[in-house]
Write a protein that binds this ligand. Structure first.
Ligand code: GRF
Length: 212
């Protein structure tokens, strides 16, 4: 069964991109650790089941992650997509879903793991920035890379303008990665991801504005 669980914490624009993507799914469930996540309203409009599991109701990370895993398992998802899920996951959680847990991150990993990626890119004078979809491993923002998209950093870019242009690319590559996974086209070879019937340019996207 093609069941997808999407974990969110806030705005939910990547979740929205997944819900709007035109791929077939038997069931989609959205779980938020934040009762006030704006994305929950949008998911409801799509008649998608939403669940709130407030991490503040649990004494520690392990207990919350255990409850989250129990909830997730009731849906038997083929894939769990982290779409702006702003919590560090315990090793046991990550290992439980090894190879079935995908994250979208706003930088060209392995550069700039963690938060505030756009500000750090500007600070470092980086010329090319972007986003990455990767499988999750116990190391934060690290793991086999499925697809990346790059954009140029423009001379007058601000943190906000850069974030906005990267986000457009996030909305392009996350649905693509999820679709490949659902179609069983992704094979993990150690740290490398192979996608069947896909040319390299499909998993390394360049946005307009970058010189050929
Ligand atoms: C995105 O930039 C994503 O890459 C990062 O968190 C942000 C979430 O945004 N992991 P949204 O909630 O999907 O709009």
């Amino acid at each position: 069964m093609k069941s997808l669980v999407i974990l969110i914490s806030g705005r939910g624009s990547n979740m929205q991109a997944l819900l709007e993507a035109e791929f077939y799914m038997d069931r989609i469930t959205v779980i938020s650790n934040n009762p006030a996540a704006e994305g929950l309203e949008f998911a409801k409009k799509y008649n998608v089941e939403t669940i709130i599991l407030d991490h503040r109701s649990y004494p520690d990370r392990e207990t919350f992650d255990h409850a989250l895993a129990e909830k997730i398992d009731t849906y038997q998802p083929k894939l769990i997509a982290l779409a702006g899920f702003m919590r560090i996951l315990s090793n046991s959680f990550v290992q439980r879903y090894q190879g079935r847990l995908m994250n979208i991150h706003p930088s060209l990993l392995p550069a700039f793991p963690g938060l505030k990626t756009h500000a750090r890119v500007l600070q470092e004078g980086i010329k090319i920035h972007g986003c990455t979809v990767h499988f999750v491993t116990p190391t934060l923002d690290h793991g086999p890379i499925v697809i990346q998209a790059a954009i140029p950093v423009l001379p007058n870019d601000t943190e906000a303008s850069l974030a906005a242009r990267v986000l457009l690319q996030e909305h392009r590559i996350f649905p693509q990665a999820v679709q490949w996974f659902m179609e069983d086209r992704i094979r993990l070879e150690g740290n490398r991801v192979e996608i069947s019937d896909c040319c390299i340019c499909e998993s390394a996207l360049y946005s307009p504005g970058l010189p050929e």
